[in-house]
Design a protein around this ligand. Structure first.
Ligand SMILES: Cc1cc2nc3c(=O)[nH]c(=O)nc-3n(C[C@H](O)[C@H](O)[C@H](O)COP(=O)(O)OP(=O)(O)OC[C@H]3O[C@@H](n4cnc5c(N)ncnc54)[C@H](O)[C@@H]3O)c2cc1C
Length: 333
């Protein structure tokens, strides 16, 4: 007999994992399907969550809503899987020049910024309410946990498995009230979804062995995290398109920051999917009643996915309005 689920979640990157945990904590039935694509963005992510971002060091979009609940979300996952995945760390940002130093001093006097700034000295600033998620462990432990309770299946979705009947989507072999597509950039390959605009932004990160040590994440053009006493995770690069071409650039920047020997252990490559206005893409398909997406998380999947999952879940289950800024309706005419 075919099992019936509340949710069929396709894609188990950061987005699909967050929606699965949201369903789990709300006691809904679901099954996750994933094909473990090797160039998915989540496979390369450093996992940093950081309230002050971008070239202009601005407060990130929706900072209050996103940062009020994100640590709690991952701590609840930690309690369930009984593993540490979230590490709270301050970010140290060396000043680039006098102007940069003055700009940070101005931010220190600004009430909106104050709670995210920790300390300033003559060489740099420490910002707080930040840290990193060990994304690789988060994904593998999520997979392991949901596999153990029969809620995960290795499966590659292709167009011939997608059937549309009476304005509803049916994925062959699965019976679910709702289908949530969390396919990252691969959404472009699926009919019915390929009209939603997505931009590919590829990037690299590396894992290296070194005796460089810092309690804080260092941010100077790239970010460097000491993930253990001997290991660092460093990144990232940004390239508009699908090419894997950022490693040399990354290594040059790493040399400037750590000024020590290191041995590269792993080079990661992933393709981010971003929206035109750089905000997430969440919501219901314009004509198919039970088909939804979470996508467009760009370079901020860790901080944005718990919020996007909660918004979509409340929209489906409680009929609540979806945050207009993330609703895919803005791109559908
Ligand atoms: C180098 C780099 C560094 C980054 N650093 C950070 C960071 O520090 N902090 C941060 O917040 N974000 C970071 N990001 C961004 C982050 O990785 C993304 O925002 C996030 O991973 C997007 O998650 P996703 O689940 O939407 O997409 P993806 O990670 O692309 O996941 C899509 C999933 O769908 C599955 N899938 C695809 N096609 C199919 C199919 N046909 N059938 C079944 N399954 C399928 C894939 O296997 C995959 O698991 C970084 C990205 C890169 C590339």
């Amino acid at each position: 007999m075919i099992k019936k689920y509340d949710y069929l979640i396709i894609g188990q990157g950061i987005a699909g994992s967050s929606f699965a945990w949201t369903s789990y904590f709300n006691k809904k039935s679901f099954i996750i399907l994933d094909s473990q694509e090797k160039n998915s963005a989540s496979n390369a992510a450093l996992g940093i969550y950081n309230p002050i971002t971008g070239r202009r060091n601005s407060l990130t979009w929706n900072v209050e809503k996103l940062f009020n609940s994100l640590e709690e979300f991952y701590l609840n996952v930690e309690k369930t899987i009984k593993k540490n995945i979230l590490f709270k760390k301050k970010i140290y940002r060396p000043f680039k020049d006098n102007r940069d130093y003055n700009d940070w001093n101005l931010r220190l006097e600004n009430d909106k910024f104050k709670k995210y700034l920790s300390k300033i000295d003559s060489s740099g600033i420490l910002t707080c309410k930040s840290g990193y998620l060990d994304v690789s462990k988060y994904l593998s432990e999520t997979r392991k946990y949901f596999k153990s309770i029969d809620r995960y299946k290795n499966y590659k979705l292709s167009n011939n498995q997608v059937i549309i009947k009476n304005n509803r989507v049916i994925i062959k072999e699965f019976d679910a009230k709702n289908v949530i597509m969390c396919l990252g950039i691969n959404q472009l390959n699926i009919n019915y979804l390929n009209k939603i605009p997505l931009r590919a932004v590829s990037g690299n990160s590396i894992i290296a062995e070194t005796n460089f040590n810092s309690n804080h994440i260092i941010n100077k053009k790239i970010s460097v995290i000491n993930t253990s006493r001997k290991n660092i995770h460093a990144g990232s690069t940004y390239h508009n398109g699908f090419e894997n071409n950022g490693v040399d650039k990354l290594l040059n920047k790493l040399d400037e920051i750590i000024k020590k020997e290191y041995k590269v252990k792993k080079i990661n490559f992933g393709i981010r999917s971003a929206s035109v206005d750089r905000k997430p893409l969440v919501g219901k398909h314009p004509t198919i009643d039970n088909l939804y997406i979470i996508n467009g998380l760009g370079s901020k999947g860790v901080s944005q996915s718990p919020y996007c999952s909660k918004e979509l879940f409340n929209y489906i289950e409680l009929n609540k309005n979806l945050d207009k800024e993330i609703n895919i309706e803005r791109f559908i005419t």
